[in-house]
Write a protein that binds this ligand. Structure first.
Ligand code: AMP
Ligand code: ZN
Length: 443
């Protein structure tokens, strides 16, 4: 079996992946906060970890891999947006969750094994907070429960940030009830107009970090193999997840491998809601088939920044359509990585190298392998088929018959006019040597 190596943020090195149990590979990825359309930057971790999921399924067997990607449906940004729109919180989160699912399905992303929601994990959240209080790692203050950061000796191991930076980061949210500047909220009180659940500390709601500790524990156990997300989550989100889970269960590690994708950028700046420089997946799908968005994402290694440009998308379209043109690609049922592509993916998910290997398969006698590998990478030629499905075959056949008649009458002008008409419908006409005429969908 090919050796899988993954870059681990915890060790800052590319390590050989050693599963805890090869019959039960477990991966958790932080999913979206559902209050609005997801932007194409949010799609990066979705596509990257889908690629890793596919690779792990290939290496260990599909039934041996559990992938959890959560939905964050409790968050103050959600509360604010619902108020602004004048809709119920549940209505906003279910609408945006549905929209998110539709958008990412177009990117050929496999469904994760479990997709827990924070609202469905309240008992586990309360249990972990109780354990943290019982072990002296959390305290109650003015209806809040806070994690006591100085109680954990090696806090900060994942982000390796200088203490001063951490304190500066934590200062964003100074509150009089905090004992230490870096202490963070596990539970906070909810007024009557905010979502809340009964708890030993009164009616309230969880903080963001504890939600992921609870959802990963519920579905994957105390310690698991891989935890992923965007690079912006290392601090404080992932650092705090580690602190909560390790302290609650008395562990040395929460997840063995921590993986982080780089930023998707526009003009050198991180795409984000707050900067306003974002393109939603939904908008992009109006102009670009999802497979082209997926391909464009995978042309850059996941740890590098990507500059998202129309030029890049056009190049992606040209390359991908070229592959479909030469491969029996889109029609194959076969799903199989070519050895060279597999080797590239096993090297810390090196998708640009995998794509370079696809070019070497783009020649006679390798079409079937090219097709099978494209399928394994999550490219099925769906958009090419979609284009075909839109063509009115009856009309095409009529035009072809009329063109044959015109040719029989040596009316070349009329024959050319009909060929142009067929071209406008997205059809290429081929006059074969044996005198027959056939047609195919233009790519
Ligand atoms: P959020 O909904 O903001 O919690 O983000 C969901 C996921 O998208 C997280 O894993 C983020 O790290 C990731 N993310 C957000 N913006 C970007 C970006 N511009 N590039 C890459 N990943 C991003
Ligand atoms: Zn998370």
């Amino acid at each position: 079996m090919a050796t899988l190596k993954l870059y681990n943020t915890l060790t800052r090195a590319k390590d050989v992946f050693k599963p805890i149990d090869p019959k039960a590979i477990r991966m958790y990825v932080c999913g979206p906060t559902v209050y609005d359309y997801a932007h194409i930057g949010n799609a990066r971790p979705i596509i990257v970890f889908d690629m890793l999921f596919r690779l792990l399924r290939h290496l260990y067997g599909a039934e041996h891999v559990t992938y959890v990607r959560n939905i964050t449906d409790i968050d103050d940004k959600i509360n604010a947006k619902a108020k602004e729109e004048g809709v119920a919180i549940g209505e906003l989160t279910s609408r945006t969750t549905h929209q998110f699912h539709e958008d990412i399905a177009a990117l050929n992303v496999l469904e994760p094994t479990h997709e827990p929601r924070a609202t469905g994990t309240i008992p586990e959240i309360i249990t972990i907070i109780e354990k943290l209080i019982a072990t002296g790692h959390a305290y109650v203050a003015e209806g809040h429960v806070l994690f006591d950061v100085p109680s954990m000796k090696d806090y900060g191991k994942l982000s390796r940030r200088p203490l001063d930076d951490m304190i500066a980061g934590a200062r964003i949210d100074v509150a009089p009830y905090k004992k230490g500047e870096m202490d963070f909220v596990l539970w906070k009180p909810s007024g009557p107009d905010l979502p809340g659940w009964d708890s030993p500390w009164g009616r309230g709601r969880p903080g963001w970090h504890i939600e992921c500790s609870a959802m990963s524990w519920k579905h994957l156990g105390e310690t698991f193999d891989i935890h992923g997300g965007g690079i912006d989550l290392i601090f404080p989100h992932h650092e705090n997840e580690v602190a909560q889970t390790r302290c609650a269960f008395g562990l040395k590690v929460m997840a063995n491998v921590w993986m982080h994708n780089g930023f998707l950028q526009i003009d050198g700046q991180k795409m984000s809601k707050s900067l306003g420089n974002f393109l939603t997946i939904n908008e992009l799908l109006k102009d670009w088939p999802g497979e082209i968005l997926r391909f464009n994402m995978l042309r850059t290694h996941y740890r590098q920044p990507i500059d998202w440009t129309v030029k890049g998308l056009e190049e992606s379209r040209r390359i991908l359509d070229g592959f479909y043109n030469s491969a029996s690609a889109r029609l194959t049922e076969d799903v199989r990585f070519s050895p060279a592509v597999l080797e590239a993916l096993c090297d810390d998910l090196n998708t640009p190298r995998a794509i370079a290997e696809l070019h070497t398969l783009d020649r006679p006698n390798f079409q079937a392998e090219l097709g099978a590998t494209l399928n394994a990478l999550g490219f099925t030629g769906k958009h090419v088929e979609d284009k075909a499905a839109k063509i009115d075959e009856h009309k095409v056949n009529e035009l072809i018959a009329a063109r044959l008649k015109a040719r029989g009458a040596r009316n070349w002008a009329e024959s050319d006019r009909l060929r142009n008409e067929l071209d406008a419908l997205g059809v290429v006409v081929m006059d074969n040597k044996d005198g027959t005429t056939s047609w195919e969908v233009k790519r």
